[in-house]
Design a protein around this ligand. Structure first.
Ligand SMILES: Nc1ncnc2c1ncn2[C@@H]1O[C@H](COP(=O)(O)OP(=O)(O)OP(=O)(O)O)[C@@H](O)[C@H]1O
Ligand SMILES: [Mg+2]
Length: 270
């Protein structure tokens, strides 16, 4: 078997005295979707920021194609082919599709010092890239991002990342704010990216969405991988229970610790 595109080995992340990630080991191969499930505060965002070069692990290793790597910042991770698409697609409402597609890397025409932004070229390439992902309703690169639906915006952001050479695509809750139809569009795009050999890390709270696209699943509870399994190994109910179980356990532990604190300050009368 070929080496995973991206692997975490025993990664820990602390902020000062606060330990957020505990001994995380995960891998994702080309053409695979890894779903990262976890409740609020489980550490999902911290984990993806550690993958995307925003944070450096406190200890542990990151490997790409079997080789240890470390990223000084998000740009370095991006250069290595790790792209993150944030919720809402992270684009600007008043910008055109063509402009936002190329932001920072606009095609130009003419010769220095008379180079100008080549709007037609940008629009043509952007629309083609999005349509190749099956979003045929986007056919005019002059349209403003603000006029697109949430699902279209996500799809555009994914098509853009793939166009610019993403090998690992990190999607942070791409379907969280979407209705059923919009979410299903985005899930189709995720499968399209997978078909192109991209390793997708899909973060979600929604078990149904995860099950629709996932090859591998990891459930994160309080910064640790509580379960790691493949498609078909667990039912929807089992996955939901796992996630809820973590929450219930945390509540129980909190109750126990406040109870023991209370009994320390108020020792029972002898
Ligand atoms: N910079 C930081 N300094 C201290 N603690 C932090 C920092 N960033 C995150 N944490 C803590 O780490 C834990 C995990 O946070 P994180 O944002 O990774 O969770 P999440 O799974 O993304 O949650 P959500 O579903 O709400 O987005 C939280 O308890 C949070 O308060
Ligand atoms: Mg988060």
């Amino acid at each position: 078997m070929t080496a995973a595109i991206l692997e975490l080995r025993n990664v820990n992340k602390s902020f000062g005295p606060i330990d957020v990630l505990h001994d995380i080991s995960l891998k994702v191969h080309a053409g695979e979707v890894l779903c990262l499930l976890g409740d609020n505060g489980a550490g999902k965002s911290t984990l993806i920021k550690t993958l995307a070069g925003v944070y450096q692990p406190t200890s542990g290793e990151l490997l790409m194609d079997g080789q240890p790597v470390s990223f000084e910042g998000p740009r370095e991770a991006q250069k290595a082919g790790i792209s993150t698409v944030h919720q809402f697609g992270g684009t600007f409402p008043l910008m055109s599709i063509g402009r936002s597609f190329f932001i920072g890397a606009e095609p130009t025409k003419g010769f220095w010092p008379f180079k100008i932004y080549d709007r037609n070229k940008a629009n043509e390439i952007a629309v083609k890239a999005v349509q190749e992902f099956g979003i045929t309703r986007i056919d005019d690169g002059d349209r403003l991002i603000g006029g697109l639906s949430g699902g279209e915006r996500q799809s555009l952001a994914i098509a853009r990342a793939v166009h610019f050479g993403a090998r690992v695509l990190i999607l942070d809750e791409p379907t969280a704010a979407l209705g059923v139809k919009q979410a299903s569009h985005v899930l189709r795009i995720v499968l399209e990216a997978r078909k192109r050999g991209i390793a997708v890390i899909f973060i979600t709270h929604q078990v149904t969405h995860a099950m629709a696209v996932g090859d591998h699943f990891a459930v994160l509870i309080r910064g640790a991988v509580a379960a790691n399994f493949r498609k078909g190994e667990k039912s929807r109910e089992e996955i939901t229970d796992l996630m809820a179980g973590g929450e219930a356990m945390a509540a129980l532990e909190a109750a126990i610790s406040s109870h023991s604190l209370a009994s320390e300050t108020n020792p029972p009368a002898a």
